[in-house]
Every structure is written in C-alpha cells, then in structure tokens.
Design a protein around this ligand. Structure first.
Ligand code: NAI
Length: 210
C-alpha cells in the first residue's frame, strides 16, 4: 500500500500500537477481528480504529471484521517495515549498550552496523557482533556504509556535534535520546525519546483527582 501524505501525526503515532497488537494476534493464530474486539484490546474506540484505518484505504468488510494477517501486512507496509534499516549507535554508555543489546530491534529489521564512542576504554569492546569503534572513525565509516538511522546516546553537550557528523555522512533519520532539540537540515528527520516525559505522565495520572 502506498503511504499517503497529510495523515495526521496523531494517527501516525497510533500505528505502531496497531502493529504491535496485530503481531500478537497473529502469534495467537487469530484470523479475523472486529473493530469492536480490536478496540477492547487496544483501548481505542471502535470508531477511532475505523477512522484511522480509513485514512489508508478500505480495510475490512462491514460486519465481517478485519483479516488480521492482511491488516498486519498493510500496516507493516504503511510503517515502512517491508525493508530493513541500517543503524549506528553513538555513545556506548549505559543507554547505548542497552539499546545495542536489545535484540528485538534486529528482529524488526533494524540492523546494527556500528557503535561509536569517544572513550578509548570502550573502543574494541564487542557488543553482540559489533565492535565499538572510535568516534573519529565514523565519518569514514559513513562514507562506505549506507546508514539509515543514527541513534544518539551521548551527553546533551555533545549531541549536536554528533548529529552534525551523522547528517554530514548522509544519515537521514536521527533517533535522539539526548535531552536536547537537535537542529537538522530539511530532509533529515529526528525523533526524540524522553523516558522522563512518560514518567511525568504517569505521575500526573497517579495524582489526577487528588
Ligand atoms: P553514559 O555517560 O553512560 O554514556 C554516554 C557515552 O557517550 C559515554 O560512553 C561517552 O564516552 C560517550 N560520548 C560522549 N561524548 C561523545 C562523543 N562526542 N562521541 C561519541 N561518544 C561520546 O550516559 P547514558 O546514561 O548512557 O546516557 C546517554 C544519553 O542519553 C544522555 O544524553 C542522557 O541524558 C540520555 N538519556 C536519555 C534517556 C531518555 O529517556 N531519552 C534515558 C537515559 C539517558
């Protein structure tokens, strides 16, 4: 299925959740599911689900539900998961190493090709099947390897510098964990992850109604 422009960010943000639940249903050999049943599982309303999926075309038949495999494949295609992506991690400290060790990204088609750090004590250490390399080697590495996504796990103070190196090396997707809004040229996409935001949401909900 072609991806369409002008889909709202709110819908785009819900797609990974659909994907995750549909994968679960597939694993449990569920062939068909109604929007009502899906809504009970996912926690979005049935009409929300129908509206979301209508943005991308005509899935499911009235009164007959969705074919799980078909919907899974379609959403996978919409998300762009029909191909693999090459990634590098910059900053092999606590977070960088945890991400490098998380094998599920690999199963989703994200292939870790390089890990870079500025600390000579870390250089040469192997994480899964990738040796940590010196950050100074990254520009040359990027010249010879087509990398889609750079994962930034360095301290805030060095994040922009590292981001610039990635952009210079042709990387178009930046997955940023440093607590800073990065400046990137047009055509480069950044996605920030802040665990603390999720934690603060939890705290708000804990205190709601108090
Ligand atoms: P850490 O200190 O364990 O690791 C940082 C690593 O970056 C170190 O190994 C250091 O040598 C390396 N480094 C520093 N400058 C570099 C450069 N110019 N090039 C290459 N490597 C460089 O820190 P930790 O705990 O792993 O956190 C890393 C980043 O992630 C920090 O910015 C932190 O604030 C952020 N963080 C974000 C979270 C989130 O929810 N988004 C959660 C935890 C950490």
């Amino acid at each position: 299925m072609d991806r369409k422009k002008n889909i709202s960010m709110a819908v785009i943000k819900r797609l990974p959740k659909y994907y995750r639940y549909l994968m679960e249903l597939l694993k449990n050999d569920v062939d068909r599911i109604s929007s009502k049943e899906l809504s009970e599982k996912i926690g979005f309303t049935a009409s929300q689900i129908r509206q979301d999926l209508n943005c991308f075309g005509d899935f499911g038949q009235q009164g007959y539900g969705y074919n799980v495999k078909e919907l899974y494949n379609q959403i996978s295609g919409i998300l762009g998961l029909q191909k693999d992506y090459n990634t590098v991690i910059i900053g092999a400290g606590n977070l960088g190493q945890a991400i490098a060790n998380y094998t599920r990204f690999n199963k989703l088609g994200f292939n870790l090709k390089g890990i870079f750090d500025a600390n000579p004590k870390l250089v040469g250490i192997r994480i899964r099947d990738v040796d940590i390399a010196d950050i100074d080697e990254m520009p040359e590495f990027l010249k010879h390897n087509s990398i889609d996504i750079g994962i930034i796990c360095v301290p805030q103070t060095n994040a922009q510098k590292v981001c610039d190196m990635l952009v210079e090396g042709g990387v178009k997707g930046i997955w940023n964990f440093a607590p800073i809004d990065l400046a990137v040229p047009e055509g480069v996409i950044t996605e920030n992850v802040h665990l603390s935001e999720s934690l603060l949401t939890l705290v708000y909900l804990l205190n709601e109604g108090n």
